[in-house]
Design a protein around this ligand. Structure first.
Ligand code: UD1
Ligand code: UDP
Length: 374
């Protein structure tokens, strides 16, 4: 039997953030673990900034698979597979832990399942954190990644009962599914008090509490289309003008590049800033009167932090946020964005958080350890 090492694989901003509680749990219990960073995100503000401020260990393996916009998804996943495989063959972990739906997640999970072992028992297990999410929109590259990774995983850590139902409906065995909540709750609880004490981001960006809109945009299907991007900007702009509210827009590098490529100039009321660290970002969320976004993580954080959210997409894999009244799907049409924003900004902020109690990482590690014996 291989030893009980846990391999934690990540590569993008949301994975670094959402796996932080799992890494902290491994450290707390002194478990043997190692980290592989694929380098899918590589700019300082998408990567290194989090390691510094969240006191994360330097990754044991740092691959350099950041992409140019011209590189295809296949090339990116292929390069990751080739390099991760070598590391896993050398390290022989008991389990590979991946989180979410990025190309890094697909490559990490697939590498583990492809490694030949003489006996079934020595197979490297795959643990998928945030299993069972579905947008049912195959235009999103993430949807394919989610489905594939769920179907090759041994431990499916579903955030809610609803996700478990989806997985059961796809024929996944019940004994592989564990409803544990979402590690983002652990992260928000661990960070928001510190953020309130330490962050001076409002002063830095000249913003007043509850008097600005926080905007993020980065989905490929939104920002790589000039028409869609322009429609979204128009919707946000019209709302901001009508309410006389400034918009702060920490801009994802993909979106920055596409604005440049399409030669789009933003109106003055939308203030772009470089992406911020986690504590500053949490503080921007807590103090916003409305969040407008196409991000998955922001829909959850807005819901947990009791800030109304307008989702700039046609679908969501987080319908729990809609069900509790924290979020609204506006699509990408300017009129619909305007209507949804007016509707959400006046919401009573009294909904329940559907994503758990902040002990998700503890449950994940408990489950993995319990299965060492099996
Ligand atoms: C990726 C994930 C997406 C996730 C997002 C989080 C996939 C298919 N997509 O999208 O699910 O929501 O991360 O932010 O895995 N770039 C930089 N610096 C960086 C990172 C990216 O300049 O640190 C630029 C590069 O031009 C790159 C482009 O952004 O080509 C897109 O990056 P990529 O990692 O391919 O996809 P994301 O849009 O970031
Ligand atoms: N985030 C951050 N700084 C920023 C923008 C976002 O720290 O400038 C954090 C945010 O709090 C959330 C995560 O990044 O936890 C969301 O990442 P992203 O929107 O890139 O990806 P998604 O969640 O859509 O996969």
């Amino acid at each position: 039997m291989q030893d009980k090492k846990i391999a934690i694989i990540f590569g993008t901003r949301p994975e670094i953030i959402k796996l932080t509680p799992v890494i902290r749990e491994c450290q707390k219990r002194n478990l043997p673990f190692f980290c592989i960073h694929t380098g899918q995100h590589y700019s300082f503000e998408m990567d290194a900034i989090f390691f510094d401020e969240l006191s994360l260990p330097v990754p044991d393996y740092k691959l350099e698979i950041g992409t140019q916009l011209t590189a295809g998804h296949g090339e990116q996943v292929g390069l990751m597979l080739a390099q991760i495989e070598k590391i896993l063959i050398k390290e022989k972990p008991f389990v590979v832990v991946v989180q979410g739906d990025t190309n890094t997640v697909l490559a990490g999970a697939l590498s583990a399942t492809k490694i030949p072992t003489p006996v079934y028992d020595q197979r490297i297990r795959v643990a998928h954190v945030e299993a069972g999410l579905r947008s049912y929109d195959r235009q999103m590259p993430e949807e394919t990644n989610r489905v594939l990774v769920d179907h090759i995983s041994d431990f499916l850590f579903a955030p809610t009962e609803n996700k478990k139902k989806i997985l059961l409906g796809e024929g996944i065995a019940e004994d592989k599914i564990f409803v544990v909540g979402n590690t983002i709750v652990d992260m928000v609880l661990q960070s928001s008090i510190v953020a309130k004490e330490k962050s001076n981001v409002l002063e830095k960006f000249n913003l007043k509490e509850n008097s600005y809109i926080l905007l993020t945009l980065h989905r490929q299907e939104n920002v790589d289309s000039k028409e869609t991007l322009l429609n979204i900007i128009e919707g946000v702009y019209r709302f901001a003008e009508q309410r006389n509210l400034p918009v702060v827009f920490p801009i994802h590098p993909r979106t920055e590049k596409m604005l440049h490529t399409f030669d789009i100039l933003l109106p003055r009321i939308i203030q772009t800033v470089t992406p911020t660290g986690y504590l500053d970002f949490i503080s921007l969320e807590i103090n916003a009167c409305l969040i407008m976004t196409d991000s998955g993580g922001l829909q959850e954080e807005a819901c947990i932090l009791q800030v109304p959210c307008v989702t700039l997409r046609n679908s969501t894999e987080r319908p729990e946020t809609i069900a509790v009244g924290a979020n609204s799907i506006a699509g990408t049409n300017s009129d619909s964005i305007l209507q949804n924003a007016h509707k959400m900004i006046g919401k009573n902020r009294d909904w329940e958080n559907p994503f758990g109690d902040g002990k998700t990482a503890e449950r994940i590690i408990n489950t993995i350890i319990k299965n060492y014996e099996n």
